[in-house]
Write a protein that binds this ligand. Structure first.
Ligand code: T4K
Length: 392
């Protein structure tokens, strides 16, 4: 380990990279292979591959039970799940969202002719700042989409109060929040509905997949129709719809992974603790911590590089990439600076000072089942070698 701690021979200076194979953020967690393959055998034997088959029904039942919510409507991915939820709630005009999120949150609105209006975030939690949300409400606003970024719950009660005050619909993008809680209750039943992504890169994955969860019977029924072209039985279309169905193999992956989810969280927690220990001594590098009174999958290991730190965030990312540690700048530069939204709101940054500041500071580091144990110390070594004078 000593060689790692004093990694002065950085790959950016011509030395070989620390890892022969790339170490990714988002390497899939793959649970019990035998269980998954047994499920796949059953699917092939049944010759039922999609269209609300038994595996999807079992998956929905298990997820709803796991999250203590009445309905889980499984979908082909999180983005389509967002689009269907937005449409089922009847959102239109303007909807307030954070810019500091994966672009799918904004796209799911804009794709349907709704204007995403970006509100600023809290500098500590990276989640929507309720005061900023209040400032963005106009007569055209119909809803708010809170995002539980990094699996940390948004300020649910405060956002609900704003929604109630202005007669707005509230839903959540819970793509990062499978296994998280808010005030000790599972994320999944707040607002009118919550939307999960089960993409390969998520803590819990179905390869591709997503779901909307809700306690509202009517809303769940509408979304079930919408995800299957509006069919109510053979030859009977009673609602406009699309194809948002989850396929059986994806549900099989979900069932196999659900059994092992607690083990994944335990490994993520161990990885997070190792990062905390490795990076603790470097002044100007802050590891985002999770609230110990709530549950979280600890899937995202997020650091912030302070403006006063002697080397830039981008220089650190470049040095890590040279070592084959493919750290990410999620969600730089913020949706408001991506072309479609920059064209829409050329001066959005005036309302988003915290988003802009955070976007220049964040690095997301590898975690998950596949992460080699040496990675946290190696990262410590790379930062130290880049910047030997950094204060402890
Ligand atoms: N809302 C939020 C807040 C979200 O974060 C997301 C998705 C959504 C909504 C939409 O949900 P989905 O429609 O995706 O279900 C990735 C994911 O594609 C995306 O699902 C995710 N958020 C986002 C945060 O990250 P990219 O473009 O960064 O992925 P990519 O292809 O660069 O993958 C990351 C790394 O993971 C790769 O470098 C290699 C590794 N990887 C990836 C895949 C897919 C693997 O090793 N194996 C794999 O199969 O967007």
């Amino acid at each position: 380990m000593k060689a790692i701690r004093s990694r002065a021979d950085l790959a950016i200076n011509g030395a070989p990279p620390a890892f022969a194979e790339p170490v990714h953020v988002g390497r899939p967690n793959i649970g019990n292979r035998e269980v998954f393959l047994r499920h796949v055998d059953r699917i092939l034997d049944n010759e039922r591959l999609t269209n609300n088959g038994p595996m999807v029904q079992e998956f929905e039942r298990r997820i709803a039970q796991h999250l203590s919510v009445k309905h889980c409507v499984a979908m082909c991915n999180g983005t389509i799940a967002l689009e269907i939820a937005i449409r089922a709630l009847g959102l239109e005009g303007e909807v307030i969202v954070p810019s500091w999120t994966f672009v799918a949150t904004a796209h799911a609105l804009y794709w349907q002719g709704i204007t995403p209006v970006f509100a600023d975030i809290d500098p500590v939690t990276h989640n929507l700042d309720p005061d900023a949300v209040r400032r963005m409400v106009t007569p055209r606003t119909t809803g708010i989409i809170g995002v539980h970024l990094w699996g940390r719950a948004a300020q649910v009660d405060e956002l609900q109060a704003i929604a109630d005050e202005h007669g707005l619909k509230l839903m959540f993008d819970a793509a990062h929040a499978f296994g998280s809680t808010y005030r000790d209750q599972s994320i999944g039943r707040f607002g009118q509905c919550e939307v999960f992504s089960f993409h390969a890169t998520k803590a819990f994955n179905t390869m591709e997949g997503g779901a909307v969860t809700t306690d509202n019977d009517e809303l769940a029924e509408t979304m079930r129709l919408m995800r299957n072209f509006g069919f109510k039985g053979y030859d009977n279309v009673i609602h406009p719809g699309t194809n948002g169905k989850m396929i059986e193999v994806c549900a099989a992956m979900g069932l196999a992974n659900l059994d092992g989810f607690d083990d994944i969280v335990a490994i993520n927690r161990r990885n997070h603790a190792a990062y905390k220990q490795a990076l603790a001594g470097i002044l100007g590098i802050r590891l985002l911590d999770y609230d110990s009174t709530e549950r979280n999958s600890y899937h995202y290991v997020v650091i912030e590089v302070d403006k006063t730190f002697p080397v830039s965030r981008d220089a650190i990312v470049a040095a890590l990439h040279a070592e084959n540690i493919l750290a990410r700048k999620y969600f730089w530069p913020g949706c408001h600076k991506m072309k479609p939204y920059r064209d829409l709101f050329p001066h959005a940054e005036l309302m988003l000072p915290v988003t802009d500041k955070i976007a220049e500071r964040v690095i997301v580091l590898p975690s998950g089942l596949q992460m080699p144990n040496e990675v946290p110390l190696m990262i410590h070594g790379v930062i130290r070698a880049l910047c030997p004078g950094a204060k402890s």
